[in-house]
Design a protein around this ligand. Structure first.
Ligand code: PLP
Length: 386
């Protein structure tokens, strides 16, 4: 039985060969940590600098590479931002579609410091109305947080409109780009986004254990450093350096991972993110049209043709989503995710919370039409067996 991996929303697989090669080369031939005053140490420093500058090109901020901070994953990036930006007395506006990597830090901040949160509802197709964000702002609002695309429905959310609303009100805007970085073109030079958090291991095609945080000029003024430690700079001073990236980046980086992430970014720059998006959009449309009208199959999220990333959520009447994922795995070799996908609010919005969530199929740049057809065939067999 061949393996068909369709859980790219969790982490992308496979990665470009160049990613594996870069990690292997780093581990076998360099192996040193950054800042060492010898040849391999210099190579390590150059690898980290090289990755930062490629990512800066990818995000349209070539001259501001030091505003990109390396982290462990998307969750780490979001925690650094949320805990660094919010304090007692602050108010936040966010959406019902957020991942627990936003929901739980905000809950913790409420328990620790009384930070208040207003949650903007999504409609039954998982869309939010920017006007509701405007109405939710208060004099004490310090931050608006919005996921760029839902990891449950795949719907792309209106970050430019919501960002404008925040900017006009003098409120910082944090975007969770976990499902869009590397999948949709994102130009931070143009967008009204102050902070952007993303994993390095999903659409950016780096290995697990990598993450990125963009901290814009207004945000770095106001965002406290979340963790402190060695930076190899100003070592005589007990105070964490104010310069970027060191204000938010301490200790040894995951340099082998960053070397892999650089290769992922290079692959995306060469291939062009718009063409990767086009490829995945075609696969999603193929999946949606193959499922349309199939008895017992329910699809969630935006209709075919809408702006979305490579994520499709569905249920089949008579099956628990986990049972469905188990059958796909055991009988067909298809690896997909089932359940709430760490985003309970999204399931409350689309009406799948009480019934155990959805089955989520998510594509990557190397997913083929043939794999989608095999998945459609399996789902037809399962739906027809009830
Ligand atoms: C929307 C969203 N935000 C945040 C995260 C967290 O990213 P990571 O798994 O890299 O911590 C995910 C990943 O599942 C996600 O889908």
């Amino acid at each position: 039985m061949r393996r068909i991996y369709l859980d790219n929303a969790a982490t992308s697989f496979p990665k470009p060969d160049a990613v594996y090669d870069a990690i292997d080369r780093y581990n076998r031939q360099v192996g040193a940590s950054e800042r060492g005053n010898y040849a391999s140490g210099t190579q390590a420093t150059a690898a980290v600098r090289g990755c930062r500058s490629r990512l800066a090109r990818l995000f349209g901020i070539e001259s501001q590479a030091d505003r990109l901070i390396f982290t462990h994953n998307g969750t780490d990036s979001l925690n650094i931002a949320l805990h660094g930006l919010l304090a007692a007395g602050d108010h936040v506006v966010t959406s019902a579609l957020e991942h627990n990597s936003v929901v739980r830090p905000l809950h913790e901040l409420k328990l620790r410091h009384g930070v208040e949160t207003t949650v903007v509802d999504a409609d039954a197709t998982g869309r939010v109305d920017p006007a509701v964000f405007a109405r939710a702002l208060r004099p004490s609002t310090k931050l608006v947080v919005l996921v760029h695309a839902s990891n449950v429905t795949g719907a792309v959310l209106p970050i430019a409109e919501v960002g404008e609303i925040a900017r006009r009100a003098g409120v910082l805007f944090l975007v969770d780009a976990a499902q869009t970085a590397g999948q949709l073109p994102i130009n931070l030079g143009d967008l009204p986004v102050d902070v952007l958090a993303c994993p390095g291991h999903k659409g950016l095609l780096g290995p697990l254990g990598t993450g990125v945080l963009y901290v814009g000029p207004d945000a770095s003024e106001r965002m406290a450093s979340f963790r402190q430690g060695g930076t190899g700079t100003e070592s005589e001073d007990e105070m964490q350096p104010a310069a970027l990236p060191y204000k938010y980046e301490s200790g040894n980086n995951n340099v082998p991972g960053i070397a892999g992430l650089e290769a992922g970014a290079a692959w995306l720059l060469e291939r062009d993110i718009a063409s990767v998006h086009q490829h995945e959009k075609q696969l999603v449309e193929r999946l949606l049209s193959g499922l349309a009208g199939l008895a017992g199959v329910r699809l969630y999220g935006p209709a075919a043709g809408a702006d979305r990333v490579g994520v499709v959520s569905l249920t089949i009447d008579g099956f628990d989503p986990h049972e469905l994922a188990g059958i796909l795995n055991q009988s067909f070799g298809i690896e997909v995710r089932a359940g709430l996908h760490c985003a309970p609010g999204a399931h409350r919005s689309i009406g799948t919370f009480e019934s155990g969530g959805t089955l989520r199929i998510s594509t990557g740049p190397f997913t083929t039409a043939d794999e989608i057809d095999a998945t459609l065939d399996a789902l037809r067999q399962i739906a027809g067996s009830t």
